[in-house]
Design a protein around this ligand. Structure first.
Ligand code: SAJ
Length: 443
């Protein structure tokens, strides 16, 4: 109570976070927890706003769910709150459209709201992941439309988010940040703002483009390395070498090797999306990112590769996929979260249905979309594809009536499965050994 009164008496600087999702909401909590700012949250989703004002977290985030109990965030749909904010932080999605082209609509809409309420002294910070050039070529012209000058009347900053949903160790407080802006002084002022509520290092870089490029490079690095092991898995499937064991062995090299793991595909709103932002911008500036495109194609081919393993495995058991009951374990894009954006499991489900399979989906984190229980699948399905390595699936032992399993995340106990006379196929391991021990080699 005293803090509240003191806060009012101290006339704290005001911060507005635009976009109260898995990036913006934990950030707003962290800023509010410092008790150095009056924090507003601006979102177009009324339900989300009402939840926050009732101290309910709108996202699955352990730290934020705790924080919201002890901090005050004034959530609103009213844009005029921007007028009285010193700092405005934009944390809206940067998706791709049907043609896999960048879609800046949410960013532009947030920037238009700011432009309508722009004041001298505003520090405007974009956290959303964008390709280099977006701040200066897409955002700045909108903000300067009515005569105020960036770097003079207001600051434009980029501080890319690094939230890793579901990560128990790394959160908004302890993940290092990079920050760049139109001017050196503006970058310093924004960096000091972040340092006032974070424990992590805040590294000032020399420009907006360098800041925009760091996050894209981090995520493209991951996509290319995943594509490398996905291609390796397809090669080692032919060679009968367990790629999972090879990667684990290579990981004991104490330097110059960073393990990534093959799987049924790459999902999520970061790794599966960010490369397209750089590919598109580079192309517009005369460079063709061949490697990035090949990596995207390899990763996008993995859902089909996974379904083909099931179809070939069923064939070797003289079972036709048409009409067969097939269990799909997992719909979300990664373990222990309920986010299905760009999830490879959705591609797998679509192809199974197109092949005429009778598909039962089970995902404890997306049960509105995947109502089947694990036991329904084990008792009724002849084939199973595991697409997401949720904790509820990885220790499954008694597979009851299942005849073939395709382990899309190489996370199941292969020897236990084969000891039950079930055909096991991983991604780069397992090779569909029949109960007779013969390997089905047309895969
Ligand atoms: N995946 C693989 N093999 C791997 C790693 C991931 O197939 O070796 C798949 C996952 O199954 C998933 C997709 O790739 O479908 C993305 O997985 P992810 O672990 O990269 O998770 P994301 O998308 O939540 O990525 C976030 C990113 N964080 C930010 O953008 C701030 C990313 O930069 C992080 O590297 C990543 O978390 C992380 O390291 O966990």
């Amino acid at each position: 109570m005293l803090n509240k009164i003191m806060g009012k008496m101290k006339n704290l600087p005001t911060v507005t976070v635009i976009g109260l999702g898995y990036v913006g909401f934990p950030l707003a909590c962290a800023i509010a927890k410092s008790k150095k700012y009056e924090v507003y949250g601006l979102d177009t989703d009324e339900k989300r706003v009402n939840k926050i004002n009732k101290r309910i977290s709108p996202v699955e985030d352990e730290q934020a769910e705790k924080d919201i109990q002890n901090v005050t965030i004034h959530a609103t749909t009213e844009e005029n709150v921007l007028r009285r904010s010193k700092f405005i932080v934009v944390c809206v999605p940067t998706p791709i459209n049907e043609e896999r082209k960048p879609d800046l609509t949410p960013v532009i809409s947030a920037v238009e709201s700011i432009a309508k309420n722009l004041q001298k002294g505003h520090v405007i910070i974009l956290e959303s992941t964008v390709n280099p050039g977006v701040c200066e070529e897409d955002i700045l012209p909108i903000l300067e439309r009515d005569g105020l000058k960036g770097g003079v009347d207001f600051e434009l900053i980029h501080c890319p988010d690094r939230i890793d949903p579901g990560n128990p160790k790394w959160n908004v407080y302890n993940i290092n940040r990079n920050i760049g802006g139109l001017t050196k002084n503006g970058t310093y002022e924004a960096a000091e703002f972040y340092r006032s509520f974070l424990k992590a290092e805040v590294n000032e870089v020399s420009s907006l483009k360098v800041a925009e490029s760091t996050k894209i490079v981090e995520n493209v690095f991951r996509d290319v390395n995943i594509a490398f092991v996905n291609e390796l898995a397809q090669s080692f499937d032919k060679l009968g070498i367990d790629v999972h064991e090879v990667i684990k062995a290579a990981s004991n090299k104490p330097f110059a090797f960073m393990p990534h793991y093959p799987g049924c595909g790459v999902g999520g709103h970061c790794i599966a999306v960010d490369p397209y932002y750089l590919i598109e911008y580079a192309e517009k500036n005369g460079f063709n990112h061949q490697l990035l495109k090949v990596a995207r194609n390899v990763n996008n081919s993995m859902p089909h590769y996974t379904v083909k393993k099931l179809v070939d495995g069923l064939k070797s058991l003289v079972i036709n996929i048409r009409g067969a009951k097939i269990g799909l374990l997992g719909l979300s894009y990664k373990a222990n979260v309920g986010d299905m954006r760009e999830s490879p499991a959705l591609e797998i489900k679509k192809e199974l249905l197109e092949l005429g399979a009778d598909v039962l989906c089970c995902d404890p984190y997306c049960n509105g979309h995947a109502p089947a229980r694990i036991k329904d699948i084990l008792e009724n399905c002849v084939g199973v594809i595991l697409a997401t390595n949720h904790r509820q699936f990885i220790d499954l032992k008694d597979w009851k009536n299942v005849k073939i399993i395709v382990d899309g995340r190489n996370c199941l106990d292969m020897s236990n499965i084969e000891s039950q006379g079930i055909v096991y196929n991983g991604i780069g391991r397992g090779f569909s050994k029949l109960p007779t021990g013969e390997i089905v080699n047309e895969i």
